[in-house]
Design a protein around this ligand. Structure first.
Ligand code: CS2
Length: 487
């Protein structure tokens, strides 16, 4: 049984100052915890939280409402030590379903002068941008809907824009928009989504957005596995916590934010948030080192027969492969400010991945690969090739992703793939095999920037990895890799 340290919620969030879109586990275990610590420290705060789920998990919103917004976060340092925090900073939980329930309440809340910041964790696909180029996808049905019905928006950019339109009409200053998703240049990408949508609706509004709305970028980091029955049971048994809205996460947490909040912000730096002028180096580091390794572990790990990240890290060959990826294919692409030691960072990541008090399923990370690969692997691969370096680990990752998305699984007619492009993957799997399948995948311009897929060295590396994978299988391939790349 672990030693449990309990931290109750203290103080009252008198007013809602932040509206959040995307009430998932990550938000509850990351941003809400920083705000809770801020509240506990000050005893009273104007930075209470209103969080909304868009089209997913209505049950959670109902549960939170029943609990008056209170829930628990269990932070596992390891199997022996846990901190159980009570969160009381969530003042309002909303659900905007297909039928638009709570949409008006959400828009009113966002338009209210007390709301000074709007934050988002709607996952990469929630911005409706092309993953490879970052341009708004005008062919996306949700965006097409929002262009036709600006005042009844369904997409996250559409909701942000409609709230801004109302503020402008009422003469209320724009809130600051803070994207907390794992995208490159996430502030700029969010600006791009909102302002391109505005350009389709109303030029005057588009200009106002460009002139008046701040979109600082930020890097968020905390490993928060999706909750499952086992995690709920563990909370009940180990700490008598029977909370259907609880989340489990690691002890580590990091938040680096560009300090540009025209209407003010909580004094986050007191809670350990790093406020910086330019977040991009931190974001690129995290995307390529942590998330890049995560995605490698996901596709390669599943094909090697593993289920969770910690279990995959016990596979010495796979752990060696990840280490080689970090040092040879991620670190050389990074240009960090003084004081950041990437060797230490890589070492700490390895320890975090190996934390076996978390059941972080590889399949959770494997979701939405088409939206994740460009920033996790492909921008780095371009950099490496431009420098004349090798991309062996990345190439095996891409080969594993293609195989993961198209292989047949015993007992199932098609593998269960959770990705916006899953229908395309199924079609390509049916039409092509072997090297033509690889070519067909690399031709997907939404995922692979032409500047990369045009390079024959790149194609050849992925082709070679894919045929070796089909020939040898993942286990033997990793064994051979580790044997020829000893520590
Ligand atoms: C993971 C991330 O699911 C995924 O794609 O790589 O959610 C990762 O756990 C977080 O970014 C960690 O901060």
């Amino acid at each position: 049984m672990p030693v449990v340290k309990r931290v109750p919620s203290a103080g009252v969030a008198a007013q809602i100052g932040i509206v959040h879109l995307g009430l998932g586990a990550f938000h509850r275990a990351h941003q809400a915890v920083y705000l809770q610590r801020h509240l506990n420290r000050h005893g009273a705060s104007d930075w209470g939280l209103c969080s909304a789920n868009l089209r997913s998990n209505r049950t959670l919103v109902d549960q939170l409402r029943e609990q008056d917004g209170r829930y628990h976060v269990a932070e596992y340092r390891d199997r022996e030590q846990v901190t159980l925090r009570e969160i009381g900073v969530l003042r309002q939980a909303l659900y905007v379903g297909e039928g638009g329930q709570d949409l008006e309440a959400l828009l009113q809340r966002m338009a209210a002068p007390q709301t000074r910041i709007v934050t988002l964790t709607v996952t990469e696909k929630g911005y409706c941008l092309s993953p490879a180029t970052g341009q708004l996808r005008l062919d996306d049905p949700t965006i097409a809907h929002d262009i036709a019905h600006p005042q009844a928006p369904r997409s996250a950019p559409g909701i942000v824009l409609e709230a801004l339109r109302r503020r402008r009409a009422a003469g209320v200053a724009a809130f600051t928009v803070l994207c907390c998703d794992n995208m490159p240049d996430n502030g700029q990408r969010t600006r791009q989504a909102v302002s391109a949508l505005a350009g389709q609706q109303d030029q005057g509004l588009a200009q106002w957005v460009n002139e008046h709305v701040a979109f600082p970028g930020c890097m968020v980091d905390r490993i928060v596995p999706a909750m499952d029955d086992e995690s709920f049971e563990r909370l009940a048994q180990q700490m008598d916590c029977n909370d259907p809205a609880a989340v489990v996460c690691e002890r580590f947490s990091q938040w680096v934010i560009e300090d540009h909040f025209p209407l003010g912000r909580p004094d986050w730096e007191v809670e350990g948030v790093q406020m910086v002028e330019d977040v991009r180096p931190f974001e690129t580091m995290k995307l390529r080192m942590l998330n890049g390794s995560h995605s490698l572990l996901a596709y390669i790990g599943v094909l090697a027969g593993h289920e969770t990240v910690a279990e995959a890290m016990l596979d010495a060959d796979l752990a060696r492969f990840i280490e080689c990826y970090m040092t040879r294919e991620a670190v050389p692409t990074l240009d960090m400010p003084a004081g950041i030691d990437l060797t230490v960072y890589a070492h700490d990541l390895t320890a975090r991945f190996a934390n076996d008090s978390l059941q972080h399923r590889l399949r959770q990370i494997a979701m939405d690969g088409s939206q994740k690969l460009p920033q996790r692997w492909l921008l780095g691969a371009r950099h490496l090739l431009d420098d004349g370096r090798g991309i062996a680990c990345t190439a095996l990752g891409i080969a594993a992703w293609i195989h993961y998305c198209t292989r047949s699984v015993p007992g199932a007619s098609t593998p269960v793939i959770d990705d916006p492009l899953r229908a395309t993957f199924a079609r390509l799997a049916e039409q092509f095999e072997g090297s033509s399948r690889v070519d067909a995948f690399l031709d997907l311009e939404e995922v692979f920037p032409v500047a990369l897929s045009d390079q024959s060295v790149f194609r050849q590396a992925v082709q070679a990895a894919y045929s070796a994978l089909l020939r040898d299988g993942m286990g033997p391939l990793l064994r051979a890799f580790a044997a020829s790349n000893p520590q």
